[in-house]
Design a protein around this ligand. Structure first.
Ligand SMILES: [Cu+2]
Length: 609
């Protein structure tokens, strides 16, 4: 698999170089598609195969992309509006979303739907454990405890995320709170008019070179890497959006499999030197404390950033391009064709429902770290292929869905330190939490020289609540995050992922999982109990004597922990299947009973009353 990866990458780059030599001026003539809005709280969604045209106005001259190609898409049942990607879902903060999601694609394969950025119970996370088999329906219930933010949903099928995302399995989600969000009325929110969703994705196509120009016959998928030199915005190349001559909100997602995009807005198409202010107002985790004007921004894979752009300083009819600017070599995962990713045309005849003419300075309250002491610090290392048997890994151990790599106590704050010791950049992503960067050491963003930043003095690349942070080659990221809500049993099947969001790296083992429990500070690497052995501890609740019953016949050790993670009893048991344990000397309250042998492990929570 690894040899194939390298060979394909080389071929891909060679292909891209060949095409860029014959490039003509870009023709931005495909109106930007706006995914339809799908409000909650009840959702009935079909995942299907479809046919999609990525270049409906034949803007490309080097290849013929004005053809129908096989894709995957999400749609509300009965709606066929999307033929690639999915509708924009709206989740109301504080509400409970009920979804029925059916896998009706044409191929006999499973999928998953991951809520990227959302804090939900492990069973509802839509990670690799929650497979929706072909023909089946998955019905998660999502309590929305997160603040107002822009997140997304995408396939997270073990080993096949790259393929499924490339074929279209991705869509945006807006968490909103119109009643209580004081910024709601101040910011553009006329969806598709002055509040514009932009999903930027790289794409490769399989070409039939017997025609002139070569005709696309399929999306380059089913092999790794399935990326490519063309760029889509909302599913088309060379997109153009007409925007009001006012303040416009751009909700941008880098939904690519592999590529970082360095974007800026300019009236100059080729080699731009002057840029419009893009005012950052939100990261993936929600509003920033204050609006931050930037002239360009490096968006990592998986990143969402919301920008406000004031188009009133441009004459009616002006075209601005979203420039495709240089990306540092360690973060550059392949050539991108074209000087710009899309175009905007200022059109004063467009009148949004909530016209916004000024950009607010203050957004949220003062930016400070989430409350609580750091309960635990973890160090992780992103390792390159050389150091770990031809795989990309975290700490040298490949992803194993049956292994719990980290156990986190619910309602605590932790500090994680991620060292990137490889010679390429990796966008680090963690499920469930939105973290805050406390320190960063090394190359950052598009900078050529390394630096050091520490909270509270953070540049635009590091500020705000995030679930993705690009870690350049050799750099170290340190963040703090609270692991609140929704504890689960200590089972690997209740794992939340953390991984590199370059999908080919994720699929190639740069992923681990953590479980959030409400009980104890367990050892850091455990196997899930085997199905053959069972052990029951009863009665529960218990006052005096616990009886163990079950099929464990190996000798082992029984330990009892209190909820602060302290071990309060330890005893060797030779015949655990029928052991009796006196617990009268233990303090009352909930405890965790653990029995472990050399080959197995059993956990049960018990109430001492
Ligand atoms: Cu990576």
């Amino acid at each position: 698999m690894k040899l194939r990866f390298t060979t394909l990458l080389f071929m891909c780059l060679a292909l891209a170089a060949g095409f860029s030599s014959g490039l003509q001026a870009q023709n931005f003539a495909n109106p930007l598609p706006i995914p339809y809005l799908l409000p909650g709280p009840e959702f009935d969604i079909d995942i299907t195969s479809a046919q999609h045209n990525f270049d409906p106005n034949a803007t490309l001259t080097d290849i013929n992309l004005n053809v129908m190609l096989s894709t995957y898409c999400y749609n509300e049942v009965g709606n066929t509006g999307m033929t690639y990607n999915g509708p924009t879902l709206t989740f109301e903060k504080g509400g409970e979303m009920n979804l029925d999601i059916s896998n009706n694609i044409d191929e006999d394969m499973g999928t998953t739907v991951h809520w990227h950025g959302l804090n939900v119970p492990a069973k509802e996370d839509g990670g690799p454990h929650q497979v929706i088999e072909h023909g089946a329906t998955w019905s998660p219930t999502l309590p929305i405890v997160d603040p107002v933010q822009t997140i997304w949903y995408h396939s997270h099928l073990m080993d096949f995320t790259t393929d499924q995302v490339i074929r279209g399995m991705a869509g945006l989600i807006v968490v909103e709170d119109p009643q209580n969000d004081p910024l709601y009325s101040e910011l553009p929110h006329d969806y598709g008019v002055n509040d514009i969703p932009l999903n930027i994705q790289e794409k490769g196509f399989v070409l039939d070179s017997s025609t002139t120009p070569p005709t696309a016959t399929a999306i380059k998928a089913g092999e790794k890497p399935g990326n490519g030199p063309w760029t889509l915005v909302n599913g088309v190349v060379n997109a153009v959006a007409r925007v009001p001559r006012q303040v416009v909100r751009l909700r941008i997602l880098n939904g690519s499999p592999r590529k970082m995009f360095h974007i800026g807005l300019s009236t100059e198409l080729e080699n731009p030197t002057t840029f419009a202010d893009m005012v950052m107002i939100a990261t993936g985790g929600g509003y920033l404390p204050a609006a931050i004007p930037v002239s360009s921004s490096l968006m990592a894979v998986g990143d969402r950033i919301e920008f406000l752009v004031d188009f009133s300083s441009y004459e009616n009819g002006t075209t601005l391009y979203m420039s495709n600017l240089a990306v540092p070599s360690d973060a550059n995962y392949g050539t991108t064709l074209g000087s710009a990713l899309m175009a905007f045309v200022v059109d004063e005849s467009i009148t949004p429902d909530n016209p916004v003419t000024t950009i607010p300075d203050e957004l949220d309250t003062e930016y400070k770290l989430a409350e609580g002491e750091v309960a635990r610090t973890r160090d992780k290392e992103l390792l390159g292929k050389k150091g770990s048997g031809d795989l990309w890994t975290i700490d040298g151990t490949p992803m194993d869905m049956s292994v719990i790599n980290d156990i986190v106590l619910v309602n605590t704050k932790e500090k994680w330190i991620i060292h990137n010791t490889t010679d390429v950049a990796h966008p680090f992503h963690i499920h469930k939490v939105q973290f805050q960067v406390t320190r960063y050491d090394g190359l950052l963003g598009t900078m050529d020289d390394p630096g050091q930043w520490e909270y509270p003095d953070l540049p635009p690349d590091l500020i705000g609540y995030k679930d993705v942070q690009l870690i350049r080659a050799g750099a170290t990221l340190e963040f703090e995050a609270r692991f609140d809500f929704f504890p689960s049993p200590l089972l690997a099947s209740e794992g939340f992922m953390y991984h590199c969001h370059i999908l080919t790296h994720e699929d190639n083992s740069m992923m681990h999982q953590f479980v959030v429990v409400d009980s104890a500070d367990f050892p850091t690497s455990v196997k899930e109990p085997t199905t053959q052995n069972v052990l029951m501890v009863h009665p529960n609740p218990v006052a005096n004597t616990l009886t163990l019953k079950g099929s464990f016949n190996e000798p082992g050790t029984l330990r009892i922990y209190n909820l602060a993670g302290q071990m309060i009893k330890e005893e060797a048991l030779n015949v655990p299947a029928d052991a009796v344990l006196d617990v009268r000397d233990l303090p009352r309250g909930a405890v965790v009973v653990e029995f472990s042998t050399v080959s197995d492990r059993f956990i049960q929570k018990v109430l001492l009353e």
